[in-house]
Design a protein around this ligand. Structure first.
Ligand SMILES: C[S@@+](CC[C@H](N)C(=O)[O-])C[C@H]1O[C@@H](n2cnc3c(N)ncnc32)[C@H](O)[C@@H]1O
Length: 174
């Protein structure tokens, strides 16, 4: 089994994002690997949202690790629920070319994160949703979102990314 973090390194190296958002960062494993793959000196902005329901202080840990790994761009670490209107209004001040959704795994929560993130995505950007392989709630959210927005998508099986995932991109619908 490929360590799941290394897949994010690969995605960072492949897509070369400059403006990254992660919802559900925890201590930053996927986020740090994405930034390292993209090359920290080429990334301009990292925004992270986590309500720290898994681990108190995890946002500070992730933030410090990014700095320790050489990231020198703009950092914004928001502690709170991605459904919180204040967090949402802050996010609406930005656009991103790489968005990783790995926070609330309920169908409604994941769908709301997708609906939040879609308008924040640049035309050539990518949304990655983790756990859409074996978590039926996430899978249902992603499938209904794809049906509604006609997104181009590539499924990452759980042989490639542990618990599976999906990459979404615009397909004419903005
Ligand atoms: C599966 S973990 C993320 C793992 C992380 N991406 C990594 O690679 O280490 C899910 C994270 O989402 C956060 N979370 C859960 N529900 C959330 C919500 N509604 N809003 C923001 N963060 C949430 C949890 O605190 C937890 O840190």
């Amino acid at each position: 089994m490929i360590p799941y973090e290394s897949v994010y390194f690969y995605l960072g190296a492949l897509f070369r994002p400059k403006r990254i958002l992660e919802i559900g960062t925890n201590v930053g494993r996927s986020l740090i690997m994405t930034v390292l793959g993209a090359n920290p000196t080429n990334v301009e902005l990292v925004v992270s949202v986590d309500n720290e329901s898994y681990l108190p202080n995890s946002q500070s840990i992730a933030r410090q690790s990014l700095i320790d790994f050489g990231f020198k761009g703009e950092l914004l670490f928001l502690v709170g629920d991605s459904k919180d209107p204040e967090i949402r209004s802050v996010l609406h001040q930005y656009t991103f070319d790489f968005i990783h959704i790995d926070g609330d795994h309920t169908t409604e929560g994941c769908l709301r994160d997708l609906e939040l993130c879609w308008p924040l995505l640049t035309n050539d950007g990518y949304i990655i949703v983790h756990d859409s392989g074996d978590d039926m709630r996430v899978k249902d959210a992603v499938n209904s979102f794809i049906d509604e927005f006609d997104c181009a998508h590539i499924t990452l099986s759980d042989k490639i990314l542990r618990h599976g995932g999906i990459i979404l991109q615009r397909n004419g619908v903005t």
